[in-house]
Design a protein around this ligand. Structure first.
Ligand code: 4NP
Length: 147
């Protein structure tokens, strides 16, 4: 079984959206999906209502999602750890154990950031879902063939 962990800063906006979108796209596969944040500020909380509103308007479910911080064990438990922006990737590289074999990379295939929408307006939340939807097809192709 292939597993993927989506990571952003707070685990309340971008990575929960990636989890929700990818879970929908990966329905019918046995890919294990989770999300986490590099910071623990919002640990235990549900996704940001602005992310939920945008995602749910497109039919995605955020049911059961609770924010948590990335833990060292994640680098052993997940085949892929995908960072929403370069800062998240840098923070992940700093704590990734040397003997981890996880594939650690940016989420967007072109190496761009999924911009942090937290302090911005609703446009930012819409853009986040647009970017995540497009990249999810790429990852479904990449992970889906692994069985
Ligand atoms: P996320 O967005 O990393 O996409 O979940 C953020 C959520 C919270 C904060 C920053 C970004 N914050 O500063 O609390």
């Amino acid at each position: 079984m292939t597993s993927v962990l989506f990571v952003c800063l707070g685990n309340i906006c971008r990575s929960p959206t990636a989890e929700a979108v990818f879970r929908a796209r990966a329905a019918g596969t046995d890919i294990h999906i989770d999300s986490a944040g590099t910071a623990a500020w919002h640990a235990g909380k549900g996704p940001d209502p602005r992310s939920r509103a945008e995602g749910e308007s497109r039919g995605y479910s955020f049911a059961g999602q609770t924010a948590r911080k990335v833990r060292v064990q994640d680098f052993y438990d997940f085949d892929y750890v995908l960072a929403m922006d370069a800062s998240n990737l840098s923070d992940l590289k700093a704590i990734c154990p040397k003997d981890s074999t996880t594939k650690l990379s940016l989420f967007l295939p072109d190496g761009a950031d999924v911009p942090d929408p937290y302090y911005g307006g609703t446009d930012g939340f819409r853009d986040v879902v647009d970017l995540i939807e497009a990249a999810s097809d790429h990852w479904l192709t990449t992970l889906g063939g692994m069985g």
